[in-house]
Ligand binder design. Structure first.
Ligand code: ARG
Length: 327
């Protein structure tokens, strides 16, 4: 594959990567020895110090303004942090006043191979978050791929790598604009499939669609999703990519408990409280399921996946051998 000149920023310096006939995934690390290298699954979380439902950006927040408990949110966040820390490195982003949604740190970027595609939030209320994450990413040596203001993109909220990191799924229709999809995919020179969200309750891709690794480490991964959140063409694209036995379609009940907003490390799936039926389906497919109490974050429209931003690459995140058993 031949790469065009790529314009990435590294701190205040600007670089253009020129590469020919090398895999896009290795381009950045070959050129910049200082980009972060991970040997364990690594995530970034942001404590809910200023968390609250202070405004309405999605249907989940409507009716919940000023109705969340920060103490309970902290306890639930701590619960997830403790569990995640038992199987991964978890770094912390300093929470900032005036950013009540900063706890949903996964929406501020999409990261792969030391390159961070930074979000350009659609709602004005979340725009300040990007600057705080940008500063942290620079301090850690990540390369930055900026998104123009006029084409909103909301990080892991709306764009996901397939389980082996070779292509992207990207949603549009609510927060991220379709024109941003190609731009984001160009950060890694990977193909991207656009999906159209058609139910306002599922306003981000991560509320209704999460690629899962193959639990055995062999063969293709699974897709955990709520088909009714997508239009017919999007469902056709999903069915084309995943055979029926790799599609885990959830019920409306599970979908509205944010079951699809799941964080996946190897064969472990961290999610909220789900039905026995879905837990059995995941178990039968070979996954270990960790259910977390996250009611305070559901009031803001988020689930497990939105509370942790993946920093390490997928081969590391999904390397079962690197994972300790969950007690
Ligand atoms: N209040 C946040 C927002 O609307 C919540 C995001 C959580 N979302 C999610 N996609 N899981 O931006």
């Amino acid at each position: 594959m031949s790469l065009k000149g790529r314009r990435l920023s590294h701190g205040t310096r600007k670089f253009i990567i020129m590469a020919t006939s090398i895999a896009a995934s290795s381009a950045a690390s070959n050129v910049f020895a200082s980009t972060p290298q991970f040997t364990r699954p690594t995530f970034l979380m942001c404590p809910p110090e200023w968390y609250g439902v202070d405004y309405v950006l999605n249907p989940w927040m409507a009716g919940n303004v000023h109705r969340s408990s920060r103490d309970l949110a902290f306890a639930q966040w701590k619960g997830m942090h403790n569990v995640l820390r038992s199987v991964a490195d978890v770094r912390l982003l300093h929470p900032e006043p005036g950013c009540p949604d900063m706890v949903f740190v996964a929406h501020s970027a999409l990261i792969h191979n030391g390159v961070a595609a930074l979000s350009s939030f659609n709602p004005q209320q979340r725009r300040a978050e990007t600057a705080y994450l940008r500063r942290w990413l620079i301090s850690q040596g990540f390369l930055l791929w900026e998104t123009p203001r006029e084409t909103p993109f909301e990080g892991e909220g709306d764009v996901a790598f397939n389980d082996d990191g070779t292509s992207l799924w990207a949603a549009h229709g609510v927060r991220t604009c379709r024109a941003a999809h190609r731009h984001v995919a160009d950060a890694w020179h990977v193909p991207v499939t656009s999906l159209h969200l058609s139910d306002p309750r599922f306003y981000h891709l991560d509320t209704c669609f999460t690629p899962l690794a193959s639990p055995t480490g062999e063969g293709t991964g699974y897709i955990l999703y709520y088909p009714k959140a997508f239009d017919a063409a999007s469902n056709a694209a999903i069915e084309n990519a995943y055979p029926a036995n790799r599609r885990i379609a959830v019920s409306e009940l599970d979908a509205t408990h944010m079951a699809c907003c799941a964080l996946n490390l190897g064969r472990t799936v961290f999610t909220g409280e789900i039905t026995r039926e879905l837990a059995t389906r995941l178990f039968d497919a070979g996954f270990d399921v960790v259910q977390l109490e996250l009611s305070e974050f559901i009031k803001g429209g988020g689930g497990a996946k939105s509370l942790a931003l993946r920093l390490s690459d997928l081969p590391i995140t999904h390397n079962r051998l690197g994972l300790l058993p969950i007690s």
